[in-house]
Design a protein around this ligand. Structure first.
Ligand SMILES: [Fe+2]
Ligand SMILES: [Fe+2]
Length: 301
């Protein structure tokens, strides 16, 4: 049973996070050497994290094409990261709108929005620096995302924030110290991982606090909404247009990735930590099961 997080503990957490934000934060404009040359022949993404790894399409790619595909995939993940962050900022601003701005809770929410502004700029600059087009979500999904700000509130809102943040975090943690990965990718990941740790603490506590106030049908709605959003998150990561960079038709690449057990396992791996938490607090339930299964976050069942 999850312990209810009280108002005073919310302020205490916000206070601690505000202090930590003041002590340790990055300015990617200054802290990243954007002019440093990219390292010839070095990967942008571990091969086994590529969406096509292990498929017949992968077997036909040359080593250079595999690196090229990884570069476009990571640019797709980074620009979808911008999409997630922009949606997240909208939701947090909604919180600030309703909150007492003199509380540390509201002030931390504003601080987190400021962090996300820097991150989104960093991801945009990264994508531009490595020479990739703007991927982001496919157009229909981008339109659908506009609904999130209207539909999401309560624990599913913070739960959606957590799914996006923790999926990226798991991938980035794995790569930030990997000597086989481009130094620019490692630095971007390191900055993001460090600052996201605070966001994850904040959102997890809010999920717990809000779950304790839910009753009856509202619980089912929250479980349903979170599953639907999480399914969109996992399927948005790789924009099918990335496959064009290595001469694969987007539709063929997407189909191969969706059926690829290695890619499904990567998604399960990225969601492992957050799914355990969401299950424990009661946000993974029957109303959302069809979407959870489609999302690959539950793994092979
Ligand atoms: Fe971020
Ligand atoms: Fe964040």
């Amino acid at each position: 049973m999850t312990r209810a997080v009280t108002e005073s503990s919310r302020e205490k957490t916000a206070h601690r996070l505000l202090r930590s934000s003041a002590n340790k934060f990055y300015d990617p404009e200054i802290d990243i050497d954007w002019d440093a040359p990219l390292v010839e022949g070095k990967r942008y993404l571990p091969e086994e994290r590529s969406s096509l790894y292990g498929t017949q399409l992968w077997d036909r790619l040359t080593p250079e094409q595999r690196i090229e595909l990884g570069k476009h995939e990571i640019a797709s993940i980074a620009t979808n990261g911008i999409w997630f962050e922009v949606l997240l900022m909208q939701m947090l601003l909604k919180e600030v709108y309703d909150a007492d701005p003199t509380t540390e809770f509201a002030q931390y929410a504003l601080t987190e929005i400021a962090d996300e502004c820097r991150h989104s700029t960093m991801f945009a600059r990264f994508s531009e620096r490595v020479g990739c087009p703007h991927y982001g979500p496919v157009p229909w999904r981008k339109r659908l995302g506009k609904l999130l700000n209207v539909l999401a509130y309560g624990p599913a809102m913070y739960g959606s924030i957590l799914v996006a943040e923790e999926i990226l975090d798991r991938l980035q943690r794995e790569q930030m110290n990997d000597p086989d990965i481009q130094p620019l990718v490692r630095m971007v990941n390191r900055i993001h991982v460090l600052e996201e740790a605070r966001h994850v603490t904040f959102a997890r506590e809010e999920v717990k606090r809000r779950m304790s106030t839910l009753r009856g049908p509202e619980r089912a709605y929250q479980q349903w909404l979170l599953a639907v959003v999480s399914n969109e998150i996992t399927h948005s990561l790789i924009n099918p247009n990335v496959y064009k960079a290595v001469g694969i038709r987007p539709r063929d690449g997407q189909r191969a990735a969706e059926a690829n057990p290695y890619w499904q396992e990567t998604i399960r791996y990225t969601g492992e930590r957050i799914m355990g938490f969401l299950d424990e607090v009661g946000l993974v339930g029957a109303p959302g099961m069809p979407w959870w299964r489609r999302s690959f976050l539950l793994g092979a069942r």
